[in-house]
Design a protein around this ligand. Structure first.
Ligand code: HEC
Length: 167
């Protein structure tokens, strides 16, 4: 064994043995093979449609594993590492979606954002009452206070509840 395999430590190296075996070289070959297999699969993943990925268990497993890393790097700061959300950031674990929970809708959200100004972004239904001149400044203050009263929150002194309800 001492003669044919790497064995004895020398000052800055070791005896290499007659077979020229090196575990490091083996690892390098294995890593290169793994990279190649992974690389091919990643190309396949990028080229496949969402429907095809859902149908192919191998691609789906790869997408989930890769997605977990991407989520941790890009999404977790706002949505939480498990997607549970936080104040101002929607929970992605429940069945309650602002912009739709199908794979296509979620992909659209990630690609174009919400209210981002892009032509394909999700648009909200609410009008810009102030900017579009539908309501005047004091009416907005009144109706904002009325909304607070609906939620049982404190309102500004002297706010006209009846007028708020009418608006
Ligand atoms: C800077 C904080 C931030 C980051 C980073 C972020 N998001 Fe969001 N995300 C939000 C906010 C805020 C909303 C709500 C947007 C709205 O409705 O206007 C949202 C909405 C969503 C929605 C729609 C939820 C629903 O109920 O329909 C999905 C899905 C989503 N994000 C996924 C992701 C993914 C995946 C990533 C990472 C690639 C990501 N987000 C990164 C803040 C963030």
């Amino acid at each position: 064994y001492w003669i044919v395999y790497p064995a004895w430590p020398l000052v800055s190296s070791n005896t290499t043995g007659m077979f020229g075996y090196s575990s490091r070289a083996d690892v390098a070959v294995e890593l290169a093979n793994l990279e190649k297999v992974r690389g091919d699969k990643m190309v396949a993943l990028g080229a496949a449609s969402l429907a095809d990925i859902e149908k192919d268990p191998a691609l789906l497993a790869l997408a989930r594993a890769k997605g977990k890393t991407v989520f941790g790097d890009n999404c977790a700061p706002c949505h939480g590492s498990g997607g549970a959300g936080a104040n101002g950031y929607p929970n992605l674990n429940d069945d309650d979606w602002l912009w739709g929970g199908t794979l296509d809708q979620i992909m659209q959200t990630i690609q174009f954002g919400a209210r981002s100004g892009h032509a394909k972004t999700h648009e909200g239904q609410m009008l810009a009452f102030g900017k579009d001149g539908v309501l005047k400044g004091d009416e907005i203050v009144t109706v904002a206070n009325y909304v607070r009263s609906l939620a049982g929150l404190p309102t500004r002194n002297g706010f006209d509840a009846a007028k708020g309800e009418k608006i």
